[in-house]
Write a protein that binds this ligand. Structure first.
Ligand code: ASP
Length: 478
């Protein structure tokens, strides 16, 4: 949900080149220089020295700045998100339906991504000796990876994994969250604690919890500001991480990365056209071809802005006017959906974690893949609707199954096109959800309720204020 989360990207865009362009330049510079060194100076000690002392530490500064705020980020974002959903429950069954449908379609999206990644195995293809030499060069990284590999080997039973989600002491889980040797629930337990905390806030008397909610909102804002600082360093961090990897792996990396991009785009396309097509046809009882034709404008806006929140005004207008969904349902479902129903982001996160595990030679067993599925669903709920919002939560999912966070440096450079594409899937999912909820609320689903359907939800504006006091129009248009 993270309704009060703002993005780093628009801030940075105000000064000169937009952030994604600078990240791309960083990626390109690191890639070209790394490939040149790999071709012209193979095994050169000076290159190795440069990687160990300059390039890799530059990447680490960027990553650590993100790491240091992950615990307060997930705690405040999820607790606030659920506190808002509590209000949703109060306004009736529409809230409950929206919540349940969101979990179901996000779950389907993650499963599609995981299945395709297991099938295609895009991360396989780096020669073991090259990977060894990469890990030898990045000594610190090697420890993380070997720790992760042994952790993956000593995997827990499924029932123990589930039990560990409920923390005995959430502070112990917070402390152990980034330790590969920690055997408790870690971040998953912290998330569970945050969810229960948020639910309890929702059920408590608002006048008495106001200060607490204000504190959590302030915490969330401050954390996002720190991520903003970190993202300003992203172009340099990415250049450093990219150079470190390509100078050791050469062209193998490009081949692997291209396969990864194709798998993400393929899975997004399957979810966009098959899952949503089926929902629209069978649950919303509409013609899927007409549905996609009618929402073209929304898809284009999402693609060009990479932001579900910025697309919200267009989605609301098109869903009301072209699809004829009742405005109350539209504003309610789409407002929540633009931050909580992020199917494309969840799918992307699941694929990326599996891809990077394959890349680093870490085998994730069934229990660990299940953890990835559950965490990606939660991450989809926790991802804000702004460009690049997936990254902090992606690190969370990676960390919980022992995939090294350095992997971010490998994929962040190609993220712009993936972000644009997953945002299309995110907003289409919100509209499909709205038509589904509308159909379940009306006698004659394909007809707008004011033309004869039955509908008795509270007014959209009232619900909006009740559930999203923190989302102001200016924030939505980030
Ligand atoms: N850009 C996405 C959105 O706004 C979020 C993300 O996955 O980064 O929906």
């Amino acid at each position: 949900m993270a309704s009060s989360v703002s993005s780093s990207a628009p801030d940075s865009a105000k000064r000169g080149l937009p952030l994604h362009t600078r990240i791309f330049i960083g990626l390109f510079a690191g890639l070209v220089l790394g490939l040149a060194c790999n071709l012209l100076l193979p095994g050169d000690e000076r290159v190795r020295w440069f990687v160990q002392n300059i390039a890799y530490p530059a990447g680490q500064i960027f990553l650590r700045l993100i790491f240091m705020v992950i615990i307060p980020l997930i705690f405040s974002a999820l607790a606030l998100g659920v506190a808002d959903l509590g209000d949703v429950n109060r306004v009736g069954r529409i809230g409950l339906k929206t919540f349940l449908f969101t979990i179901v379609i996000t779950g389907v999206s993650v499963l599609i991504g995981i299945a395709l990644t297991n099938l295609v195995q895009p991360g396989i293809g780096i020669a073991t000796s090259d990977r060894e030499s990469l890990l030898n060069t990045l000594n610190a990284n090697r420890q993380t990876v070997s720790g992760a590999i042994s952790m993956a080997k000593e995997s827990k039973t499924a029932i123990q994994t589930i039990l560990d989600i409920i923390p005995r002491n959430p502070f112990v889980d917070m402390v152990g969250a980034f330790d590969p040797a920690y055997r408790g629930g870690g971040l998953l337990s912290v998330m569970f604690f945050a969810l229960v905390f948020g639910a309890a806030i929702a059920l408590s008397d608002r006048t008495r919890t106001q200060t607490l909610v204000g504190f959590l909102q302030g915490l969330n804002d401050v954390v996002m500001k720190i991520i903003d600082f970190a993202m300003r360093l992203a172009p340099y961090g990415v250049a450093g991480l990219m150079f470190s990897t390509t100078s050791q792996l050469g062209f193998q990396l490009i081949a692997v990365l291209s396969k990864y991009v194709l798998v993400v785009l393929g899975a997004l396309a399957i979810h966009q056209f098959i899952t949503y097509g089926l929902i629209v046809k069978f649950a919303a009882k509409r013609n899927p071809f007409e549905f996609f034709r009618d929402i073209q404008e929304v898809m284009l806006t999402a693609f060009s802005t990479s932001s579900s929140n910025a697309t919200l005004p267009t989605s609301i207008r098109v869903t009301n006017e072209k699809l004829g969904v009742h405005p109350d349902i539209t504003s309610f479902v789409l407002t929540i959906g633009s931050t909580a129903n992020q199917n494309g982001s969840a799918l992307f996160e699941g694929i990326t974690v599996l891809f990077l595990a394959q890349f680093y030679g870490i085998t994730l067993d069934f229990g660990q893949q299940l953890t990835v599925v559950l965490l990606s669903i939660l991450a989809g709920v926790g991802t804000a609707g702004v460009p690049g919002a997936s990254f902090p939560l992606l690190v969370v999912v990676m960390q919980s199954v022992g995939v090294p966070a350095e992997g971010i440096g490998i994929i962040i450079g190609v993220d712009r096109i993936l972000d644009m594409s997953r945002t299309v899937v995110n907003v289409t999912g919100d509209i499909a959800l709205a038509t589904w909820v509308a159909a379940s609320e009306t006698d004659s689903p394909s007809r707008p309720p004011h033309l004869g359907g039955h509908f008795d939800a509270p007014s959209g504006a009232a619900i909006h204020t009740a559930i999203h006091p923190s989302v102001q129009p200016s924030k939505m248009a980030d």
